[in-house]
Design a protein around this ligand. Structure first.
Ligand code: IPD
Ligand code: CA
Ligand code: CA
Length: 271
């Protein structure tokens, strides 16, 4: 049972504790549902491969329910239910993707995550990205560093693009080549650089934070895809911006996340 103390000021550490605990519970729900017979539908008007399962909704309900129980006055931006609560200055907002990697989940591929972040006045306070199938919890709290299952992590030290391993993702309308996403992908491959596509942007970012990948880029992400991952990369010593190196706000759009050392080189390729 969660301790209810709605009137208390809560520190980023306390918010993170709840994010981690909640992401773990939602992840457990997904892990139990993985591979079972569940209903899969297409999201209206969002590309024929943008799927939603009953587990996206169940996990989101669990997450919002637990956070609301503890913080009835906080507001939310969650993928399946949208914005809720007063998104005013001074109000903490939780940004939630209950299942990042739905296409993988729906096809029996065990690469997906739960992503939960908290922000105040546009500034991220903490974030948790949980990979239930591997029981890996990536987390970060503002100014306190990033962790994987409680141990400190940091971005890689790769300084040359020709020694890097990269990861990217594509939007559901990739066939229309928005923002030249296919050209960018081809450009990297043509240089002989290994590029992966995992299908969960939150995990892509968490893996950059852990030094498994040197960089990640994607032409369009929603805030719930990257909010938690962004603070985890930053706290692991990495750099997250838009392609043109301007600040990646919580409005969404294109994103470039690197170990810092490769940032300029990669940004030069994404035009
Ligand atoms: C998607 C995944 C994918 C990325 C897409 C996202 P979803 O999120 O993060 O890796 O390439 O752009 O929409 O739909 O599985 O929550
Ligand atoms: Ca997502
Ligand atoms: Ca999702």
């Amino acid at each position: 049972m969660i301790d209810k103390r709605p009137d208390r000021e809560d520190s980023p550490e306390q918010l993170l504790e709840l994010a981690v605990d909640t992401a773990r519970q939602a992840g457990e729900l997904l892990r139990q549902g993985f591979g079972t017979a569940f209903h899969v539908a297409n999201k209206e008007g969002e590309g024929r491969h943008n799927l939603v399962t009953e587990f996206d909704n169940a996990a989101e309900e669990l997450i919002l329910g637990r956070i609301r129980e503890r913080y009835p006055d906080h507001s939310f931006l969650a993928e399946e239910s949208g914005a809720a609560g007063t998104a005013s200055t001074g109000t903490i907002r939780w940004i939630v993707d209950p299942l990042d990697g739905t296409v993988n989940f729906a096809h029996g591929l065990p690469i997906f995550s739960v992503s939960i972040a908290a922000e105040l006045n546009g500034e991220l306070l903490c974030g948790a990205v949980y990979q239930p199938m591997l029981d890996e919890m990536f987390s970060a709290c503002k100014h306190k560093g990033a962790r994987l299952n409680g141990k400190g992590i940091s971005v890689s030290g790769t300084a040359r693009l020709n020694e890097a391993i990269l990861v990217t993702g594509f939007p559901y309308n990739v066939n229309e080549n928005p923002g030249q996403c296919i050209d960018h992908f081809a450009r990297m491959l043509q240089q002989g650089i290994p590029v992966r596509r995992l299908g969960s942007a939150a995990l892509d970012l968490a893996y950059v934070a852990a030094g498994r990948f040197d960089a990640f880029w994607e032409v369009f992400l929603h805030p719930w895809d990257f909010a938690a991952g962004r603070i985890i990369v930053e706290e692991a010593g990495g750099c997250v911006t838009r392609y043109d190196k301007s600040a990646q706000t919580l409005a969404g759009g294109n994103i470039l996340a690197t170990n810092g050392l490769l940032h300029d080189d990669l940004a030069a390729h994404l035009h």
